[in-house]
Each structure stands twice: as C-alpha cells, then as structure tokens.
Ligand binder design. Structure first.
Ligand code: NAP
Length: 267
C-alpha cells in the first residue's frame, strides 16, 4: 500500500514537471489570454506578466485611446481592444472582433467602486457596481466558455476582494458583488472541472492602484495598521497569483479563493 502510494506521488510529480517537453511549469506559451480592465492597476500588471510568461494577450480598455496604449505596451496591434464589461452588446462585439482567436484564459478584472453608506446609496450606485463587477463575469464567462469547451482546456480567474468575505462599511454594493463572484466561481468550477477548465478567484486586500488612491489618509493608515505584513500590496503581488492560477502549476486547483492581502484576513 505504502509502496503504491509512493509510486502514485512520483508519477504525479513527473507529470507535473513534464507538462510538455518545452513547457515550463509557469509558462503560458500557446495560451490566448483575455484580461479585462488592462489599462492600469492590477489588470495592466496581469496582462504584462502574462505576456512575459509567453501568452498571446488581449487587454481591454473602455476607450480607443486606452486600447491603443495597451497595444503599444504589450507590443502587438491586436493586443488592445475596447470593451464595456457592463454591456451585453459590447461583449458580443469584442468576441466577433476576436474572430478565431478564442481565449483559453479569461481574467475578469475590470471593476469599479461607488462607496456610500446604504441610506445614501442611489439605485444607480448599486446597479452600476453589481453590473460592472458581477454581471460582467456572467457575460464574459458565457462568451468565452464555448471556445474553452471546444479546446478542452481553459482558465477563468475572477477578481474578487477581501471586502467580499469580510465586508466593509460604505461598500455594501461592492461587497455584494465581490461575494457574489465567489459563489459564482465555485458553481462554475463544478460545472466545467471535468472538461479541463479551472475557475478560481483572487481576493486582493489593500492594493495601491487608482481605485484606492482617493481613500482618505486616515482610512489608509487604519487599513495598514490591520495588515500583518505591514505594507500595502502592489499590482505585482496580485499578478503573481494570477500567473500561478493560469499556469500548468495550478492545473489541479479549482473553485478556490486565493487571498493576496499580507495577512489582513485569513480565511
Ligand atoms: P483600477 O486601477 O481602478 O482599474 C480599473 C480597470 O477597470 C481599468 O482598466 C478600467 O478601464 C476598467 N474598467 C472600469 N469600468 C469598466 C467597464 N465598464 N468595462 C470595462 N473595463 C472597465 O482598479 P484596480 O485597483 O486595478 O482593480 C482591479 C480589480 O481588482 C477590480 O475588480 C477591483 O475590484 C479588484 N480589487 C482591487 C483592490 C485594490 O485595493 N486596488 C482590492 C481588491 C480587489 P479604463 O481605464 O478604460 O476606465
């Protein structure tokens, strides 16, 4: 029994390290990655690191100028595309524009905040945040899944947040959307696991980007005081987690939430 266990482990290790003769454990060579919201912050870093790992990357922006800047950064005319993740029509137009270039990796990264205490939160503040952060994942997963099912492989990574598990005053809309993404991740992971497709979430803590730039100094200090690592996170901290989840190294990891928060919340 002990002998057969040892040989099973040996086989698994041999398999893991020999995904193919010319493929490194963290290589994304041969993959087509679609990263939403790749103009700046976390999405820009994920797109850049995916490119560095060998993927053919399509990054999206809400404007043509943003799409051109992405294309220039990633070094390919076709690397930047315009997309409004809050619109069914825009997702359809993007998929039509991609033609046969079907993504094998999808990162649902685009997101917004409209922070307000509930009694001051307007219906639009709720709808816009839920539509952009949560309904977008429904739209894009549906649009990309057919190609992944055909290819019998795929990686879906949803950007949730520590706020989706711990909550935060003034972020009821955002917390609901980010918590919803976690349930969605687990449900979809179960639907497609048998087809070679993994679905995981990353829950960043406090990351220094445009999204957090306007936080009042005292709120930032209070948040840093709650981070055992003693510092805020960087987009690169999150991109490392995304490269791992997209890579052959994570082929047996699905339905999980990877917390990238310096120990701020341990679930
Ligand atoms: P960011 O710097 O504000 O960048 C947001 C990105 O989303 C931009 O590329 C923006 O594109 C895009 N975007 C916004 N609305 C869009 C729409 N309707 N359609 C398509 N793209 C849209 O944000 P970030 O801090 O990098 O956050 C990235 C993700 O991580 C978000 O989902 C966020 O909720 C999550 N997160 C962030 C933190 C943090 O501390 N920063 C923590 C936890 C989770 P344009 O430039 O074209 O507007």
């Amino acid at each position: 029994m002990r002998q057969s266990c040892q040989s099973a482990v040996k086989d698994a290790i041999a398999y893991t390290f020999c995904v193919s003769d010319d493929t490194h454990l963290f290589s994304l060579s041969g993959e087509i990655a679609l990263v939403t919201g790749a103009t700046r912050g976390i999405g820009a870093e994920i797109a850049g690191q995916f490119r560095a790992a060998g993927a053919d990357v399509i990054g999206t922006a809400t404007t043509p100028a943003g799409a051109s800047a992405i294309a220039e950064r990633l070094g390919g005319d076709d690397a930047g595309k315009v997309l409004d993740v809050a619109s069914d029509e825009s997702v359809k137009a993007l998929m039509a524009d991609l033609g046969g270039r079907l993504p094998t990796i999808l990162v649902n990264n685009a997101g917004i905040v409209r922070d307000k205490l509930l009694l001051r939160m307007k219906p639009d503040d709720w709808q816009d945040v839920v539509n952009t952060n949560l309904n977008s994942a429904y739209r894009l997963c549906k649009a990309c899944l057919r190609g992944m099912l055909k290819a019998r492989r795929g990686r879906i990574i949803n950007l949730s947040s520590v706020v989706g598990v711990a909550g935060a005053a003034g972020q009821g809309n955002y917390a609901a959307a980010k918590a919803g993404l976690l349930g969605f991740t687990r449900a979809l992971a179960q639907e497609v696991a048998g087809r070679g497709i993994t679905v995981n979430a990353i829950a960043p803590g406090y990351i220094e980007t445009g999204m957090t730039a306007d936080l009042p100094a005292e709120r930032k200090d209070a948040m840093i005081a709650q981070i055992p690592a003693g510092r805020v996170g960087t987009p690169l901290d999150v991109a490392g987690a995304a490269v791992y989840l997209a890579s052959p190294a994570a082929s047996y990891v699905t339905g999980t939430v990877l917390h990238v928060n310096g120990g701020m919340w341990m679930g």
